[in-house]
Write a protein that binds this ligand. Sequence first.
Ligand code: ZN
Length: 105
Amino acid sequence: MTDHAAIETALKQRLSALTGEVDAIGAELSTPLDADFSEQANELEGQDALKSVEAVQLGEIDAIHAALARIEAGSYGQCRVCGKDIAPARLVALPTASTCIACAA
Ligand SMILES: [Zn+2]
């Protein structure tokens, strides 16, 4: 399997969706807190939740960038630990996988 065009397209679509979501969270987090003190507590709680969502999304963005770089470099689909081909089913389930199932364990 050397043609990763479909995966590349899917990864790029996911990347732009994620980038939009992270931008939206960033905008939400930069809004000033409510002047009402009891409202502030609620807002801070909401911000903590948003920050953890943002952290997960930023991690996925990094993984997608890395996968796109591997497609570019021609090493996509190869395990970065043992160098063997990653099972196609694993790549379908997890397109950003950089290790085979044995090495991921
Ligand atoms: Zn491996």
